[in-house]
Design a protein around this ligand. Structure first.
Ligand SMILES: [Zn+2]
Length: 386
């Protein structure tokens, strides 16, 4: 699956706590903590379910060891699938920041949408094609392996089957899954209308994911509880992604080409660094209703303190703590410049979970871009049919 960086709701589903495994081709490979759940689940189902059923003569230790190796190779296969998406994206001139393995598989964080239907087609098809080719290779190994090498036969058979299923499953035309992107690229090429293609593909995603959810409910009633829950969760995940994709696409279209300076709030409240948090709350925040203050001078800002910083300080500590102790220092601030694209600013705000971004020019704070500004700009543009 590929995920555009600007996605608003996926960003909330995609957990942030992940560990870096290193870089491949400049791409940061990350393991989300939710991955460990699926890793244990796959290893457990192989060790307790599949291997004892097919090879009852295996010892428990053998089943566990082979289960762990198979599971690791399975996730290496998912990584190969994502890497191929990312490498083809890079070749089409689209930078890729990270690949994250998480509970539902893998996601490549591709920094922008492809510029042509052909590029989109190539990027989308690369993943499933990799899985299907890997599936074929593993099945060939299974066929060529001598029968007495039971572990090799078992591992390659299962990995072959799972990679083939993975490739075919991802080809379902459920946007934003790979097959949905393939579908969008085909409609886009024919109609020359990306907006129309995105709409059709995301409706496809909603329909198919609803079928997953119904199928999952059916499995639940058939007694296959775990499989049922799994299918419902995947269905829900894709439904959410599909329904927000079209909305996000429109938001991106609205924001592109507009500059931060068009909607930033030019005046920006400043406070003295000697204030206590209590004074800031009582004398500045309560009377003005403002959420964000520059500490020091606008021309020589020391940092930024927000309502969130204040509310994280306990009532007793507010009397003694100074605002400089809780502010984000100027050097560490996420910032934009007045000529930055609004779409990029939106990315920073949603990804960092911020309510505002200081607008900085020549080391001076010249204004503030808030989440509220952005949302009202989007809703006005939408009402005017932009
Ligand atoms: Zn994929």
């Amino acid at each position: 699956m590929t995920k555009p960086l600007y996605s608003l709701r996926l960003a909330t589903i995609m957990p942030r706590s992940s560990i870096s495994l290193g870089k491949i081709s400049g791409i940061d490979i990350r393991l989300d903590y939710s991955w460990f759940i699926i890793f244990l689940l796959v290893t457990w189902s192989l060790t307790v379910g599949y291997f004892p059923l097919v090879y009852p003569n295996w010892s428990v230790g053998q089943s566990i060891a082979v289960g762990l190796i198979t599971s690791l190779l399975f996730f290496a296969s998912i990584l190969a699938h994502e890497l191929m998406h990312s490498i083809i994206a890079q070749r089409s001139g689209i930078p890729v920041g990270t690949i994250t393995l998480f509970i539902f598989g893998g996601i490549s964080q591709i920094s922008k949408e492809p510029e042509s239907p052909n590029a989109e087609f190539r990027i989308a098809i690369a993943g499933p094609a990799t899985s299907i080719i890997l599936g074929g290779i593993f099945e060939a190994i299974m066929l060529l392996a001598p029968d007495n090498l039971e572990a090799l036969v078992a591992v390659s058979f299962w990995l072959g089957l799972i990679n083939l299923s993975l490739g075919l499953f991802n080809l379902l035309p459920a946007f934003p899954m790979d097959g949905g992107r393939v579908l969008r690229s085909i409609i886009w090429r024919r109609s020359h209308n990306l907006r129309h293609a995105t709409k059709v593909a995301s409706v496809g995603g909603q329909v198919i994911s609803s079928l997953f959810i119904l199928g999952g409910i059916w499995l639940l009633f058939s007694g296959l509880i775990l499989n049922g829950v799994w299918l419902i969760l995947i269905g829900w995940f894709i439904f959410d992604a599909a329904s927000s994709s079209y909305r996000q696409f429109n938001i991106q279209r609205i924001l592109q080409g507009h500059r931060v300076k068009e909607i930033m709030i030019p005046d920006c409240a400043t406070i003295s660094p000697t204030l206590t948090v209590e004074e800031l709350a009582n004398d500045y925040i309560l009377p003005s209703g403002k959420r964000c203050f520059v500490v020091g001078d606008k021309d020589k800002p020391l940092g930024l303190v927000t309502l969130t910083d204040v509310s994280s300080v306990s009532k007793e500590n507010r009397l003694t703590k100074s605002v400089t102790e809780i502010m984000t220092p100027f050097e560490k601030l996420k910032r934009v410049s007045p000529d930055d694209d609004l779409h990029n600013a939106m990315k920073i705000i949603t990804e960092e979970g911020l309510n505002q971004l200081p607008v900085i020019e020549d080391g001076k704070v010249i204004g503030m871009l808030t989440r509220e500004n952005l949302l009202s700009f989007i809703s006005v543009q939408q009402s005017l049919g932009a």
